[in-house]
Every structure is written in C-alpha cells, then in structure tokens.
Design a protein around this ligand. Sequence first.
Ligand SMILES: [Zn+2]
Length: 370
Amino acid sequence: MGKYLDIPFPTVKNPFDGHIHMHRWYLKEKGETFIHGLEEYRKVCGLKYIALASLPSGNPIPVPRDVSNNIMCAFYKLANKDTFAYGGFIYPSYPANEDEMSDMSLVTQLDELNEIGFDGIKMLEGKPNLYAKVNKPLDSDFFEEAFKKMEKEGTYLLMHAVDPQSFWTDATESNIARGWYYGDNDKYPHYTDIYNQIDNVLKKHPSLNLCLAHFFFLSENPEKLEDMFEKYKNFNVDITPGGEMYIGFNKRYDYFKSFFEKYQDRIIFGTDMDYTPHLESGIWLCDRVYRFLATDETISSFDDHMIKGIKLSDEAVQKITSDNLLNKLNKQPREINKDALRRYIAKYKHLIEDKELVDYIGELENEYLV
Ligand SMILES: [Zn+2]
C-alpha cells in the first residue's frame, strides 16, 4: 500500500469533501493564484466536489480574516463549477455591535450571500476564540433572527461550536501558544455553556438545517448525539478531524461501528484541508478518513496514534462521503450571480485592509464578472 490511496475513493461515486478552507490568494513561491491552487488536491484525491467554508471573521493569524474570504470563495466557484461554498458573517468591529451593523445586519448579510449564490453558511462563532471576540451567546437575541430565517429557508448551516474539552484543562505551553487554551474564565465561555446554547438554539429552531463540525466534539459522549439525532431530523455532524475524535472512536470500536451504520444518513465527510499551507496534509487527511470508514486496516493516524478502520458497508461509505451532503445542497452547486457579487464587493471592500488585495480583486472583477 502506497503512502496515499492507490485509487482514491475506489468504491465511491462523486466523492465530496464537505469542509475545506481557503486562506491565501497567492502562493508567491509557486507563482500560483488560489484559482488553480485547489485543483491538485482535487485531482490527487479523486474528488468530484468540494465545499469551501469561508472564514471571514476571527483572529488574523496567519492571514487576514475579513470579507475577502467570502469574495475569494465566490470567485473560486466561478473558476470551478463543481464547487460549493458557505459564506460567513462579517463584523465591522469587535465585540459585535448591532448599532454599527444597521445596513449589514446578519439577516441582510444572509440575503446578500444567498443572492450571490452561496450554497450555505459557515459559522465559526461557536469556537471559543471567535465567540470571545464577537461576545454574543449563540442563543441570544443577536443571532435569533438569523437562525429563524435560516430555519425557514432551509439554509444549510455548517457551524463550529465548542472545541476538544482538553483545551479547557491542559494549560501546556504549546497549547497556550497555539491559542488552544481556554482556561481563562473571564475571557472564554466554558464548554458546557456552548453545549447548552446549541441545545437552546435547536429547541427554538428544531428544523434548522444544521451540521455541527468535528462530530460536535462528542466522541467521548456519543449518546448525546444519538439523542440529538432522534430529536432533530435535519441535524447532522461532520467527521472532519479533530484527531482526538478518531482516537475516541477506537476506544469503543464496536459501538461506533454500529453507530456509523445506524446514523449513516446523518454523518458528513470533510477534511478541514486548508489551501495553501496544508495541501500535503489535506491529502493525508482525506486518505486517513476514507480508510477509517471503508477499510479495517490499522493505520498510523493523528498524534502518532494507530487507529483501526471500521469498514462500513459500501452503502454507508457512499452516503457519508458524498450523497448526504449532495442531498442537503440540492445536488448541485448554485450559480454565482455576477451582479450581486459586484454589488457585494462595492459595499464591503472598504473593510479589506490589504490595499494590494483590493486591487487584485478589481482585476478579478474585470476578468470574471464581465
Ligand atoms: Zn474548519
């Protein structure tokens, strides 16, 4: 067996990576722009479809987190039509302030992203570091109208909420340096707060088309997920690593093998691959997750652990790695409305600090939006 799959996704029709980010507009060393940067990843992994999750808000490390990320995702959809994209909310300042957002309320932003042709919404607002910046509980009035609208319109919402519980307890130097320590109670919410807030959002909006990323960090407590699956018919999770999740899966091997078969309609494949810095690791992740699902090989895995694949039925593998998400997204990527994208760029480009980037976006408008 080679380093990567000899035949990527040998048993799957239309493989679909449902959770990818794109952070850079150029890769100067390669003289390459983002437009072509993901093609290699798609080719090596044999992926028919990908979904880009825009991250326009959050900590500007290592690249700016601003409205340009939504714009870049829209341009990539124009460049490769087999691409889905989830837009994200932007905030003119932190903490979020309704008064400053009168002409860009979350509901207005939903309309704008929808009009452009985004296929769904990505929220990182439940990840403790962005949560702390925005400083609004997920079940507060601030988000209420947006959730209501998404529920009503059936908008697909991929949300990152919580993080591994160890991030609240392990104050190691390396965790702190990576921003992976949330023990400061004045600054960060406790994980139980976020779990409760998500419960409240779903109680209020039981039909929300919500996918919680990274298995909602519940590989140690999957009974909670079983309960949520029973209660909320549109609720899904993705199995984007979080390597800790796969270690958790192996701790209760037989349980999870049945869990994945039983909930094969509710689980979505993704890698969190991040173009450009992590092309190689994206390919590695894609391979690991596929092998975990489709084979019973014992493979080297995350954090140097070995994990044993759960060898699901071909039917379950097909659903998890393609059909479930395609069905959620009406089977094909939406078209970009060029006028709406132009208007969006005109309205928000003043929020982009990198002026070279503003010029480059102007060039792309001339190339793609005519
Ligand atoms: Zn992600």
